[in-house]
Design a protein around this ligand. Structure first.
Ligand SMILES: N[C@@H]1[C@@H](O)[C@H](O)[C@@H](COP(=O)(O)O)O[C@@H]1O
Length: 340
């Protein structure tokens, strides 16, 4: 077993096994939701929470006939979305349970008569108190995204399974139960590379983070919620396909480009950026989920796991950057600090 910087194996397993341990409860919620019936799924949150939904929106829309829409809470309540009705199923997420925009969206959805599920870290907080079905797993910022994704795999893939779109749910759920240990192995394998990156890039003034398909949301949130919010480094998240429609003009030989390569159908989009970046910058970093064995995970499920493998690796990068840059992941100048 390798020692990882500032990492508690016990704490990680407590959070992630807590998430997969919710399977029975989640399946009961799915039964109840199907009894009432629904026509589409809305996935609503703010910041990192809505970013975590983006891969699931992508996966639902490419696996199932249930229409799925990931929406930013504050915009959703203003938009008057015409696909949203009392026959919508809404899944909201807020770790703190207190993000005002997300709580307001939950109330909006309830008032319209839609069915609401809330993923959150604690009971007796506004989100859990508002939704029809709170699904609660305690986590702190560091492991929240792994926890949320594990819950979302169980929830959304069971919903698709009931809809007749994902017949192998049983095997998938069984493999998810063992995933946390494999994610730790992936972290261990990545650690030296994470440290090397942090040493080499600690004073880098700007990064481009590129993703596509089920890693696009991870690119969006890593840029905004970690490199910008927690490390105060200027960063642009770019979708691999969009990269060729503008951002490429800024690539010079010393521009840091970070690629989050996953294993879904959109991988060729990432390969195209990789071929370009190899030619024009010396500072290319590639995180590729394919490099991680995840022993015992069926080939057919690997593409779905790209976002959680990516986020579990990126979490190591955050810890290494915090250390080498001497900039705590906890400090904020403005976020939840001043009024805005
Ligand atoms: N920048 C922060 C994110 O770091 C956080 O993930 C998000 C949601 O927080 P919560 O899950 O508590 O609603 O809020 C903000 O957007």
């Amino acid at each position: 077993m390798k020692i990882l910087l500032n990492f508690s194996r016990e704490k990680y397993l407590k959070v992630t096994l807590g998430a997969v341990g919710l399977r029975e409860e989640i399946e009961q919620v799915v039964e109840k939701v199907y009894q009432k019936g629904f026509k589409n799924i809305f996935l609503i949150g703010s910041g990192g929470a809505v970013a975590t939904f983006y891969p699931f929106e992508f996966m639902i829309n490419s696996t199932s006939t249930i229409p799925a829409y990931a929406e930013i809470a504050a915009e959703f309540v203003l938009q008057n979305h015409k696909q949203f009705t009392e026959e919508s199923l809404v899944i909201l997420s807020s770790l703190s349970g207190t993000t005002a925009e997300t709580v307001a969206a939950a109330k909006y959805c309830k008032d319209k008569g839609a069915t609401t599920i809330g993923l959150t870290g604690e009971y007796n907080k506004p989100l859990a108190d508002t939704v029809d079905f709170p699904i609660v797993n305690f986590a702190e910022n560091d492991f929240a995204s792994d926890s949320n994704q594990l819950i979302l795999y169980l929830l959304t893939f069971k919903l698709m399974n009931k809809n007749g779109d994902f017949p192998n749910f049983e095997a998938f759920a069984a493999q998810l139960a063992d995933l946390p240990e494999k994610l730790i192995k992936a972290k261990e394998q990545f650690e030296a590379k994470a440290e090397e990156f942090a040493v080499a890039f600690k004073d880098e003034p700007y990064h481009m983070v590129v993703g596509s398909g089920s890693t696009w949301g991870r690119a969006y949130s890593y840029a905004m919620c970690v490199l910008e919010e927690m490390q105060w480094i200027k960063t642009k998240s770019i979708h691999a396909a969009e990269f060729f429609h503008g951002t490429l003009e800024l690539v010079e030989e010393d521009t840091s480009v970070i690629l989050l390569k996953g294993e879904d159908e959109t991988r060729p989009l990432m390969e195209r950026v990789e071929r370009f970046a190899e030619k024009y910058t010396k500072k290319l970093t590639v995180l590729d989920t394919k490099d991680y064995e995840l022993e015992g995970i069926s080939e057919e499920f690997r593409k779905y796991l790209s976002p959680i493998v990516t986020s579990t690796l990126l979490q190591r990068l955050s810890v290494q950057l915090e250390d080498k840059r001497n900039h705590s992941l906890e400090i904020r100048r403005y976020y939840r600090t001043v009024a805005y």
